[in-house]
Design a binder for this molecule. Structure first.
Ligand code: HIF
Length: 299
């Protein structure tokens, strides 16, 4: 049809580099009445984290650069089951702002969703590219296995360059969203209001009595408790419970359960660090990874 331009057609085209416009488009899509708890927010946070959480300090491989989850090698990793929903939610945003790279879009959507759900502002910088270097593809198995304990959590997050306090701070993101037996074998939500960011996850870890439970659909072993107020069943993964049984982790769980502001501060810093894993920048903040020369948006 002649005379219909992008913006009139609902495209709301933006100028390259207008990340505020992208944030607005992400906020506009968060409300999804027919999806999970009515919000795309939690699964967008998980997409951002899984895109970055493959990083290995030693070999400098993995990380959000490259948006490798678009391809089967990484996207088809069973650890990433369910994240196709997050990528589909973001397709209209990519169409509205075609200049943004997927790797910037996924990470920006995650931090935007955290803030929109009542969490802290997480500082975020652009410049990631969508160039995938096949020789640097992260092998499967780098993302954590929820059936394991403290030693495994440390192995995975130390590999990314995090310490114990940062690990516990990050873990507060399980205040958001839920498990789906069809994705991971685990089932249920951690807190009552899973689309509102808070330190409730830490408070529940300490206040409730968590008893082992087998998920009927999958046979997976998780922990359950009935919320005293709503009488709804809530859940914890074995890795969540490990934060209370390991004395060093437990110290920080108590700290964050008591001090929401401190949790927000530490979480914000740790999540920003997660989003930057494997990204190298010059003094002006421009990404200098050599892969960058091969494609993607440059400011
Ligand atoms: Fe999760 N996580 N995560 N996670 N996660 C799930 C869901 C979410 C682990 C396992 C799982 C982090 C760490 C770990 C979110 C955010 C973060 C699910 C359920 C599993 C099994 C997936 C499904 O069934 O759909 C393990 C073992 C982790 C290391 C300890 C991070 C800190 C907490 C890094 C993090 O930010 C979010 C958000 C969800 C909810 C997704 C949804 O679709 O609602």
């Amino acid at each position: 049809m002649s005379g219909v331009n992008q913006s009139q057609a609902g495209g709301q085209g933006s100028k390259p580099g207008d990340f505020e416009a992208v944030r607005k488009s992400v906020i506009d899509l968060l409300k999804q009445p027919d999806y999970d708890d009515g919000s795309a927010g939690p699964v967008l946070v998980r997409l951002a984290w899984h895109s970055a959480g493959t990083y290995d300090v030693e070999t400098d491989t993995g990380g959000s650069n490259g948006a490798g989850m678009r391809y089967e090698a990484e996207g088809g990793d069973p650890a990433n089951a369910g994240l196709q929903n997050a990528r589909l939610f973001l397709e209209p945003v990519k169409r509205q702002h075609p200049w943004i790279t997927y790797s910037d879009l996924w990470t920006l959507a995650g931090v935007t969703a955290i803030r929109a759900m009542g969490g802290p502002e997480v500082s975020w910088r652009p410049g990631r590219t969508d160039y995938v270097d096949d020789s640097k593809l992260p092998p499967r198995g780098r993302l954590p296995d929820a059936a394991q304990g403290a030693a495994h959590i440390r192995a995975v997050f130390y590999r990314m360059g995090f310490g114990d306090r940062e690990i516990v701070a990050l873990s507060g993101a399980h205040n958001l969203g839920r498990c789906h037996a069809g994705n991971s074998g685990f089932e249920g939500k951690w807190v009552n209001n899973p689309t509102r960011f808070s330190n409730q996850y830490f408070r529940l870890l300490l206040s409730e009595e968590w008893t082992e439970k087998t998920v009927p659909e999958s046979g997976a072993l998780q922990f359950a408790s009935v919320d005293p107020v709503t009488e709804e069943e809530l859940m914890m993964l074995p890795t969540d419970i490990a934060l209370t049984t390991d004395p060093e982790f437990a110290k920080y769980v108590r700290m964050y359960a008591e001090d929401k502001a401190l949790f927000f501060e530490d979480f914000s810093r740790a999540f920003a660090k997660l989003m930057e894993l494997g990204i190298r920048r010059d003094a002006e903040g421009r990404v200098t990874n050599t892969d960058n020369e091969k494609g993607g948006y440059r400011s």
